[in-house]
Design a protein around this ligand. Structure first.
Ligand code: NAP
Length: 259
């Protein structure tokens, strides 16, 4: 299927690794020029070099913390007038509901709610004026099914989801769609980090920790960044213009709900 994206320009935040990289690669495969971002320069350069060589698209890199005002400005300056925005950043740390104070919440809100909102506010007027745009926010399965140890994430991402629900309906008439992708567990560094925690807590091997988690997923495995990226590319495609304000779970069936 031709996604109709050749020659479009996308900003993909937090994209040197994992799910952000999966989105960047899938868009590049459709002929989309990219602005890629992450804090670490080396991994970002390596990812961009591979994408340029593999897909022949133009890639600009901005090494910056996207959760800071300066980072956002640097990325937006490099982006110019993007057609596509994919928001992403690292997730907040786990803990107990009673552990977190105001500063912890402000940090989580900055990363996983206020940063994507600031980026959307910056690019939406131009997209609406040009009559076409796509925004995809990487959130989490925890928006639909809270993960108790990730209360900071549950709170911040649900706030973003509420903002998107209203905003998506205000911009849709101008040819701009906003949707969220909700990852369940995917085989990225984040999964290695989570499973390492389990090996330490339970005194089991990495393989045992993985198999224990696979058993909770009807698909019996973790998702891949490639699958995730393909879903992102579809939501950005010309075929997805009637998909507005949706929350698409990519979780191998692990969220047990009818709708
Ligand atoms: P990952 O493999 O650890 O990759 C994170 C990427 O984001 C890296 O490129 C990292 O590069 C970049 N990054 C992190 N913080 C950043 C910041 N402040 N500014 C700019 N770049 C930043 O993580 P992932 O698995 O792709 O997860 C992506 C998001 O999905 C996270 O919010 C995560 O919580 C959420 N999620 C993931 C899963 C999963 O199973 N993988 C499930 C549910 C939700 P630098 O470190 O160099 O900045």
């Amino acid at each position: 299927m031709d996604m109709g994206l050749t020659g479009k320009r996308a900003v993909v935040c937090a994209s040197s690794k994992g799910l952000g990289l999966g989105c960047a690669r899938a868009l590049a495969a459709e002929g989309v020029d990219l602005v890629m971002n992450a804090r670490g320069q080396d991994a970002l350069d390596a990812a961009a070099d591979t994408i340029r060589a593999e897909f022949g698209v133009d890639v600009t890199v901005v090494a910056a913390d996207i959760t800071t005002e300066e980072g956002q400005q640097a990325v937006l300056k490099a982006a110019g007038a993007p057609d596509i925005l994919v928001t992403n950043a690292g997730g907040p740390p786990p803990g107990m509901w009673s552990d977190w104070d105001r500063d912890d919440f402000i940090k989580a809100l900055d990363s996983n709610m206020l940063t994507p909102i600031a980026l959307m506010k910056a690019v939406l007027p131009g997209m609406m004026e040009r009559g076409w745009g796509r925004v995809v926010n990487i959130t989490s399965q925890s928006v639909k099914a809270p993960i108790p140890a990730l209360g900071l994430s549950n709170a911040a991402r649900t706030g973003l989801t509420g903002y998107v629900a209203g905003t998506a309906r205000q911009v849709a008439g101008k040819g701009v769609t906003i949707n969220n992708l909700l990852p369940g567990i995917h085989a990225t560094d984040r999964a290695v980090q989570l499973d390492t925690g389990v090996t330490k807590a339970q005194g089991i091997t990495m393989q045992e920790a993985r198999e224990q988690r696979y058993a909770t997923i009807p698909a019996g495995r973790y998702g891949s960044a490639e699958e995730f990226g393909a879903a992102c590319a579809f939501l950005c495609s010309v075929h997805a213009g009637f998909i507005v304000g949706q929350n698409l779970l990519l979780d191998g069936g692990s969220t047990n709900s009818t709708i």
